[in-house]
Design a protein around this ligand. Structure first.
Ligand code: INI
Length: 158
């Protein structure tokens, strides 16, 4: 294995510009994801000027804005944050599928990494657990993925 070239991205902010795109729907939960993401970026070397936070109405709307932000080249990676909580109708499935596949398509089409920090849960309790309580903070996890992928993209370019 010693002679095999191995590439990975460091989890360090260095000179990276990171855009956090966060939905306002289920705001009480999403704000904790935003806090977790910002905290993780700062702890991994980002300065506040390297971070931009953009708000959108709901998770369904994240891909539309993420695509525009990615195409504008204003950042090296995007952290998409939201919380979709199942209700009594199939609405949940439409919002989740548009959000997940739309974000993946936006990343593929633009070449800008978009970390998926959108909770998709059956209950409010499950969402709270993943937004800074007993199951960690998925906003922080997504922020670290954004750093790793942005740095990996730079390594792949040389
Ligand atoms: N948006 C969310 O982010 N989470 C939800 O749980 C949710 N539910 O349940 O309806 C939700 N709906 C709004 C949607 O994301 C769009 O903002 C709206 O459809 C307008 O495009």
């Amino acid at each position: 294995m010693d002679n095999i070239r191995t590439l990975h991205g460091d989890v360090i902010a260095r000179d990276l510009r990171i855009a956090i795109i966060a939905s306002r729907f289920n705001d009480a939960i999403v704000e904790n994801l935003v806090r977790g993401a910002v905290d993780a970026l700062l702890r991994h070397g980002a300065g506040e000027k390297q971070i931009e936070i953009i708000r959108v109405p709901g998770a369904y709307d994240l891909p539309f804005v993420a695509r525009r932000v990615a195409a504008s080249k204003r950042c090296d990676a995007i952290v998409a944050l939201g919380a979709v909580i199942r209700g009594a109708t199939p609405h949940f499935d439409y919002v989740c599928s548009q959000c997940a596949s739309g974000l993946a398509r936006a990343a593929d089409d633009t070449g800008v990494p978009i970390a998926f920090g959108v909770l998709t849960t059956d209950t409010v309790e499950q969402a709270v657990e993943r937004a800074g309580t007993k199951a960690g903070n998925k906003g922080a996890d997504a922020a670290l993925v954004a750093l790793e992928l942005a740095n990996l993209m730079r390594r792949l370019d040389v």
